[in-house]
Design a protein around this ligand. Structure first.
Ligand code: GLV
Length: 311
């Protein structure tokens, strides 16, 4: 069996996979073309088009991340080959830490203290009760539901939203357009953890941002396409005239890396991080990759990605 790996630190993944599956030939995409071809499985993150195009007998593609948007947009993706993606695989916890940091940043007025420090202003702000600080989580897949549960365990009232109805202990789950409006009108922070699909593009547009209570914050560790960036900038206002939205913690952008001249870099109420909220953790992910390959080989039915839905 031949497995070809493509990801930033592919050599580490190659070693871990080869150790766990000594009967398999595990290569990285740096191997010569003649060796890379005829793979049974690709385990990839942001694979180059040629790697997909040159394969002729793939039994499955394993996406080494939670979002399949990059993969589905890669030209030459063979149709009909089953695709599986990592489900949580340790990313839930990383994402939950990132989001909790963002919620606490605004809840404990860290944004205000950063401004005050510039003028040596010693002025404590009252800490509201957590019960008065509902947080909304848009997207309740494996990672979104982990994040929602984590926030709820940290003491925040959590409202979750997904396309179809969901039930999560400790989380008030809403769905549909009406559910989204209801959520937005109630939360102090809104967190976006949805996949990038035709249905989610620009979900947080000017109209929906305006539904947030004044002073709410936005945390986006999901995908840049979920938010209309110009609408967010307009809602944030500027240093002289603060807008409806108080601030944002953003990890993902419509264009990545975020261009150096993009106004989000300069905005005083925005924290930009370079798509680092939940890097795929090697060990947990490897276990999942191995179990996927074993299941493919055993002819088991796997929960595969539906390309037409985008996740
Ligand atoms: C990261 O962006 C992922 O989809 O895993």
């Amino acid at each position: 069996m031949k497995i070809v790996v493509h990801i930033d630190d592919a050599a580490q993944w190659q070693t871990a996979l080869a150790n766990a599956m000594p009967q398999a030939t595990v290569l990285t995409s740096d191997a010569p073309e003649s060796e890379r071809q005829n793979a049974d499985y690709l385990a990839v993150w942001k694979a180059p088009a040629y790697l997909l195009q040159e394969q002729t007998q793939l039994k499955g593609i394993i996406n080494l991340g939670a979002g399949v948007d990059y993969l589905l947009k890669t030209s030459g993706l063979p149709s009909g080959v089953p695709i599986v993606k990592l489900r949580d695989a340790g990313m839930g916890e990383l994402m939950a830490d990132y989001v909790l940091y963002g919620v606490l940043h605004f809840y404990r007025s860290m944004d205000r203290y950063a401004f005050q420090q510039q003028s040596a202003t010693w002025e404590p702000h009252a800490v509201p009760e957590k019960a008065q600080w509902p947080v909304g989580v848009l997207g309740l897949g494996a990672i979104g539901s982990f994040v929602a549960t984590h926030l709820s365990q940290a003491g925040f009232p959590v409202v979750g939203w997904s396309r179809s109805p969901k039930k999560i202990n400790g989380v008030r789950c809403l769905h549909g357009n009406q559910g989204l409006d209801e959520l937005l009108s109630q939360v102090q922070s809104v967190v976006t953890i949805l996949p990038d699909t035709a249905a989610t593009e620009g979900l947080l547009n000017a109209e929906r941002l305006a539904k947030l209570p004044k002073g709410a914050s936005v945390i986006n560790p999901g995908r840049g396409s979920l938010i209309d960036e110009q609408a967010l900038l307009d809602a944030l206002g500027d240093a002289q005239t603060p807008g409806h939205v108080r601030g944002a913690l953003l990890d993902v952008f419509c264009e990545e890396p975020l261009p150096a001249n993009h106004p989000l870099w300069q905005h005083p109420n925005v924290i930009v991080t370079p798509h680092m909220a939940a890097p795929t953790p090697l060990h947990e992910a490897i276990d999942q990759v191995i179990s996927y390959i074993k299941a493919f080989e055993a002819g088991e039915t796997l929960a595969t990605v539906t390309p037409s839905e985008g996740y």
